[in-house]
Design a protein around this ligand. Structure first.
Ligand code: PLP
Length: 227
């Protein structure tokens, strides 16, 4: 486990240096969806702290198992209205916020003693008609709404581009995400997080300013097919 983590950290550092960035600016988020709690425990023992989960039920189960171990939980999957209480109670971050209604629920249900939930807005960058992600044109309005909620702290943007194996094309897509973030910063939002890059495109994401890369396969191996 520690070897695989180190190999990914080396990829991040090499990409950062190649593009004139400090490797310390890019955090590794270990995407542990479908993996058992023991895999997370093994990664924690190597010094990996932040873990990403896509399904509320898995977050619930693993956070209960690992309560003693203190991982930082990032929710990165679609947020269903009936799961907001669970997510608001357990997660440290939500990367996949894309609707005002969900933002209001998370804000209302965040336990006061936990402090604000850190959130990124998921932007639908490839213009696919997937249900996830706010359209770029609707981003400023959603950012305004979220910024007004006291139990949420708006940190930045998250994107999942359509898979593509051309490096320059990957870069152009991530550059668009960065431009959207810069626009929000100009509008007065103090954003510091770009959650972008997965196992197959982390180098392009780091080249375009990613501050958090979400890595599953390169750390834990291929996932079992979903049934
Ligand atoms: C599964 C997933 C990842 C990790 O993808 P890999 O290709 O396995 O690295 C990252 N982000 C999100 C939102 C995911 O659902």
């Amino acid at each position: 486990m520690c070897d695989r983590i180190q190999a990914v950290l080396d990829r991040i550092a090499a990409a950062a240096r190649r593009h004139g960035r400090d490797p310390g600016e890019v955090r590794l988020l270990a995407v542990s969806k479908t993996r058992p709690a023991e895999d997370i425990r093994a990664a924690l023992a190597c010094g990996q702290r932040a873990f990403g989960e896509n399904y509320a039920s898995e977050l619930e189960e693993k956070s209960a198992h690992l309560a003693d171990a203190g991982p930082e939980w990032h929710f990165i999957g679609p947020v269903q209205g009936n799961k907001t209480r669970l997510i608001a109670g357990v997660a440290d971050w939500v990367h996949s916020l894309d609707r005002e209604r969900i933002a209001r629920r998370l804000d209302a249900q965040r336990p006061g003693q936990r402090g604000p939930l850190q959130v990124c807005l998921q932007v639908n960058i490839s213009g696919e008609d997937t249900k996830s992600g706010v359209a770029p044109a609707d981003l400023p309005a959603l950012a305004e709404q979220v910024a007004d909620l006291g139990q949420l702290r708006l940190r930045g943007l998250m994107a999942i581009p359509a898979p593509c194996d051309d490096f320059d094309h990957q870069r152009r897509t991530f550059a668009q995400v960065r431009a959207l973030q810069e626009d929000l910063i100009r509008r007065g939002h103090p954003l510091d997080t770009l959650s972008m890059g997965m196992s197959a495109d982390l180098e392009a994401a780091v080249a375009e300013g990613a501050t958090m890369v979400r890595i599953g396969t390169a750390l834990f191996g291929p996932r079992p097919p979903k049934d």
